[in-house]
Design a binder for this molecule. Structure first.
Ligand code: TYD
Length: 203
């Protein structure tokens, strides 16, 4: 694989989504071919599963199986071919979200998630993961200002505290893959942090 696989993570309301198109423009201006995509989603099948996940009630195991089913299709149809072609893939959420939301948030067995990760990804991990970190109370204020909540966004602050801790655990296990961003700052300041993290990697 010659391309670069970059993922964006954080609790709902952390502000990651606005930075993805901006980074895509910046990379394209440097002559890179960029695939912007998201999880759950990124293929017709995975987008159908996303609708189920966000709006239908189900238990944590069903959630975990559906996100990994969507991920498998996304990897086969979009992510792997793009990386093999040397493109840069910018993906709004990936498997860290499963460990944070289904694992830490819902309390689903992390060992099972680790097994599913190994089966579905065959060792493929992002080259870089931006973790947009901010306190859950601040994220809740931002969410309330912009949109109606889906099944995940409707969870209480304790849930998002656990999700935030879940992300920190993933980062502690693979520190070299993560760039931690202080998402409580202004969008301009967060963008500067993000650019610095790329520069630090010589990208
Ligand atoms: P999100 O990426 O925040 O999109 P939007 O900004 O359009 O709301 O929404 C996806 C939701 O799915 C988010 O609440 C987290 C959840 N999710 C999981 O629970 N597990 C996963 O593995 C993934 C990828 C997402």
């Amino acid at each position: 694989m010659t391309g670069r696989f970059i993922t964006f993570e954080g609790i709902d309301g952390a502000g990651k989504s606005s930075h993805i198109p901006r980074l895509a423009d910046w990379l394209q201006a440097q002559g890179r071919t960029v695939l912007v995509t998201r999880e759950p989603g990124g293929t017709p099948l995975a987008e159908t599963l996303r609708e189920c996940l966000l709006h239908q009630s189900m238990d944590a195991m069903t959630e975990a199986l559906l996100v990994f089913a969507a991920r498998r299709d996304h990897l086969q149809q979009q992510i792997r071919p793009a990386l093999e072609a040397g493109h840069t893939v910018l993906c709004d959420r990936f498997t860290d979200a499963t460990f944070a939301y289904q694992g830490a948030g819902r309390g689903f067995d992390l060992k099972v998630l680790t097994q599913l990760e190994a089966w579905v990804q065959s060792g493929l991990q992002p080259d870089l993961t931006f973790l947009f970190d901010l306190p859950s109370a601040q994220a809740a204020q931002r969410r309330a200002a912009v949109r109606a909540a889906d099944r995940f966004e409707a969870q209480d602050e304790n849930f998002f505290d656990r999700v935030r801790s879940g992300y920190q655990l993933r980062r502690a296990a693979q520190p070299g893959r993560f760039a931690l961003l202080d998402a409580s700052q202004t969008p301009a300041e967060v963008w500067t942090q993000l650019r610095r993290a790329l520069e630090a990697r010589g990208w």
